[in-house]
Ligand binder design. Sequence first.
Ligand SMILES: Cc1cc2nc3c(=O)[nH]c(=O)nc-3n(C[C@H](O)[C@H](O)[C@H](O)COP(=O)(O)OP(=O)(O)OC[C@H]3O[C@@H](n4cnc5c(N)ncnc54)[C@H](O)[C@@H]3O)c2cc1C
Length: 306
Amino acid sequence: MAQMRAEGVEFHTHCHIGVDLPVAKLMADYDAVVLSGGSEKPRDLDVPGRSYAGIHFAMDFLRANSKRVPGVAVPDEDFISAQGKHVVVIGGGDTGSDGIGTSNRHGAKSITQIEILDKPPAKEDKGLTWPNWPNWPNKLRTSTSQEEGCERHCNVLTKSFEHDGDGNVSALNYVLVRWDKDEQGRWQMSEVPGSEASFKADLVLLAMGFVHPVHEGMLAELKEQKGLALDPRGNVQGSTEGPAAYQTSIPGVFAAGDMRRAHPPGNRAQESEGDSGCRGGYGVAPVSLSHQATWVEGWHEPGGIH
Ligand SMILES: Cc1cc2nc3c(=O)[nH]c(=O)nc-3n(C[C@H](O)[C@H](O)[C@H](O)COP(=O)(O)OP(=O)(O)OC[C@H]3O[C@@H](n4cnc5c(N)ncnc54)[C@H](O)[C@@H]3O)c2cc1C
């Protein structure tokens, strides 16, 4: 920040564009506006029991923790603690990993991470990873957070939640699924009959990715007043090549980072679009490990259920 300030960048914090300040004002005052608000609309889970207390978007859990670790005051009612809880993390990506690391630091009783997809292969298969190769090959990765302690299950589809009689989540009911290709070569998911079971859960963290940028506020204003074009997935439309690279459908308004390209599927260097780096990481604090990092396999093998 100091370096950038010295180079002449002016920072304004606590200013929600489209809410505190109309984006039209920025467009009137500046020659160019860059939309780099990230992809912050989390994927939700529409199953019975979703509204029970103790089921949270992982980012709400991580954000409050990231503030408290360096000493920012976070009221207790806004802080989500994993201490002494059976934590279930839904989603096998980076956000899920941060949820595991933070839960370990809080002193969770147990941590279970579930993933709907097959367990990835141990080594990348270049033929199978197209068109992603060599950017982000699909292979089994174990994050440092996972190494610190958790149980990982794949091929698990959440069906519903139970509560303790008082409206607090107490269990997650699931069924195992398998993935097979249909005649057109498209992956199809099917439930495995008789595989219904449940995990004990006092705290559930939803870490199933982000669907698109937040539309309310800034983007809604630009769409209504200036006809901002979004791509079919709801991201801000803009190409990366040619003389109009990164320009949106509105002249002088550009888009970069996750707001344009959506949340990336995995860690990668992103400096080419001036990304601000990693959000939601947990602060460094002593960890006492109570769990083993294990994959629960059984018949959860790559390629589906056998
Ligand atoms: C939990 C988690 C872990 C991750 N781990 C990794 C990792 O290990 N490695 C990696 O490479 N990537 C990781 N990622 C992805 C990485 O964080 C993002 O790809 C990257 O931060 C995107 O940068 P960005 O600048 O486009 O958006 P962001 O970093 O999301 O920044 C957007 C900023 O804009 C602000 N904002 C949004 N709307 C407005 C508005 N209307 N007015 C004013 N401000 C606004 C937001 O508050 C936010 O500060 C992780 C993401 C998550 C959620």
